[in-house]
Design a protein around this ligand. Structure first.
Ligand SMILES: Cc1cc2nc3c(=O)[nH]c(=O)nc-3n(C[C@H](O)[C@H](O)[C@H](O)COP(=O)(O)OP(=O)(O)OC[C@H]3O[C@@H](n4cnc5c(N)ncnc54)[C@H](O)[C@@H]3O)c2cc1C
Length: 396
């Protein structure tokens, strides 16, 4: 006998878990298929190497589904300073300039995933299939049938939230467009001599952008350093003191010396977008299964949460309607793709503008940055868009 539900969610990463919770709270019966239970991961500096920056729009969603109040260790960041290797001008984004006390929060990823998982376990209308492996998907007019190694599932709507290497996407043969950035990311957590004072730093080096996000501890920041693969490989194997010295220098010593670094992980950076977020009337792709952005944007989870918010908003009836009804998701799919396309384009343009080294381009960049930093209204608008609170972000 197949398990029959309203919605099947494949993948309980941050995005899938929040989607499942939100749908259950709307009265839908939900099954969640997840390969492995999340567990707390902490490196030698005592925190998770993987951190995420959550926007106020994401915080609102987590509040709406009742998990934000249980989140611990959220470190607010109140300023972001962006500057470049060759320039003399920088941009200083302050939360206070848009009447807020923070631009967002930095959170360790694994404790957050654990919290969401605990909530899923407590939710009576959610069934968890842990360790289940998806074998095949059959899409029909009235239901979607999933065959797994742990039994079959019949669902009215299938949500593929199974991350960058989505099996749902692969089994359904959904086309993707991929832009190779030509860069690898070197990520870790670092301890600095000078406290970060809740400021995020982003420096455009000639070889690629370097980002430092302030953590809950005053001297710990998480680092994502985008650079050519051979540079990333070299820096990964440098001795700790040598690496710390190069990093402090690359940061212009804004946080003084770098005194320690955790394990350094390196991975290729690709941007990816699916042709359709709704490849079948009864199937949706969300989160990294639908698009991957350059981490420079710090937007991956935030965009995934926007997908979830829009899914929940689309199902606004008090009593469950058929969540896979013909035509229900067309507008959602169009809007989500348009927003993702815009941000992927923006990230690509940003990288190209900052990678250009000819003197005219440098002059234009410096002049533009100086002008923008001094133009209060435009800067405030940019901050609002980045926080997911601006009019463009709301419209798309
Ligand atoms: C270095 C780095 C820094 C980043 N910083 C930020 C940031 O500051 N802010 C931000 O918003 N984003 C950031 N991101 C992006 C963010 O981490 C991702 O966008 C986000 O984790 C994607 O969440 P997800 O739930 O869609 O996918 P995932 O987190 O990949 O979750 C997918 C889940 O599906 C499960 N799964 C996979 N296949 C199957 C299957 N066949 N069956 C069952 N389960 C399956 C997996 O076990 C996993 O639990 C960063 C990314 C990187 C690499």
């Amino acid at each position: 006998m197949a398990l029959t539900v309203d919605v099947a969610v494949v993948g309980a990463g941050l995005v899938g878990a929040v989607a499942a919770l939100g749908l259950a709270q709307k009265g839908y019966s939900v099954v969640v298929l997840e390969r492995r239970k999340p567990e707390i991961q902490r490196g030698k500096l005592g925190v998770d190497i993987r951190n995420v920056a959550l926007s106020p729009a994401s915080q609102t969603l987590l509040d709406r589904i009742g998990v934000w109040r249980s989140v611990t260790g959220a470190a607010p960041y109140r300023r972001m300073f962006v500057w470049e290797e060759r320039g003399t001008k920088g941009m200083d984004f302050r939360a206070a300039s848009v009447g807020r006390s923070e631009l967002g929060w930095i959170l360790e990823q694994s404790p957050l995933a654990m919290l969401f998982w605990q909530r899923l376990e407590e939710e009576p209308s959610v069934e968890l299939m842990l360790g289940a492996s998806l074998v095949s998907i059959r899409t029909g007019d009235r239901v979607v049938e999933l065959v797994t190694n742990d039994g079959d599932v019949e669902t009215k709507l299938l949500l593929g939230a199974d991350g960058a290497r989505s099996t749902v996407r692969e089994l359904l043969g959904v086309h993707t467009e991929t832009v190779d950035t030509g860069h690898h990311a070197l990520a870790s957590v670092v301890r600095t001599e000078v406290p970060h004072e809740n400021v995020a730093y982003q420096r455009f080096l000639l070889s690629g952008p370097l980002a430092l996000l302030p953590g809950a501890e005053p001297n710990l920041s998480s680092m994502v350093w985008s650079q050519p693969p051979e540079e990333a490989a070299r820096r990964r194997t440098l001795s700790e003191p040598q690496f710390c010295e190069e990093l402090a220098e690359s940061l212009d010593f804004r946080l003084g010396a770098v005194v320690a670094v955790d394990e350094r992980i390196v991975f290729p950076l690709q941007q990816m977008l699916v042709r359709s977020f709704n490849p079948h009337p009864r199937v949706l792709l969300i989160g990294d299964a639908a698009r991957i952005l350059h981490p420079l944007a710090g937007l991956g989870v935030n965009l995934g949460f926007e997908d979830v918010r829009d899914v929940l908003n689309q199902l606004h009836h008090p009593r469950p309607i058929d969540p896979g009804a013909e035509g229900l998701w067309r507008r959602f799919a169009r809007r989500r793709r348009a927003r993702s396309q815009m941000l992927i384009g923006l990230m690509t343009a940003f990288r190209r503008v900052y990678a250009a080294s000819n003197p005219l381009m440098q002059w234009a960049r410096n002049t533009g940055v100086g002008w923008l930093d001094g133009t209060i209204n435009i800067k405030a608008q940019l901050i609002k868009e980045a926080l997911g609170l601006g009019s463009v972000a709301q419209r798309l």
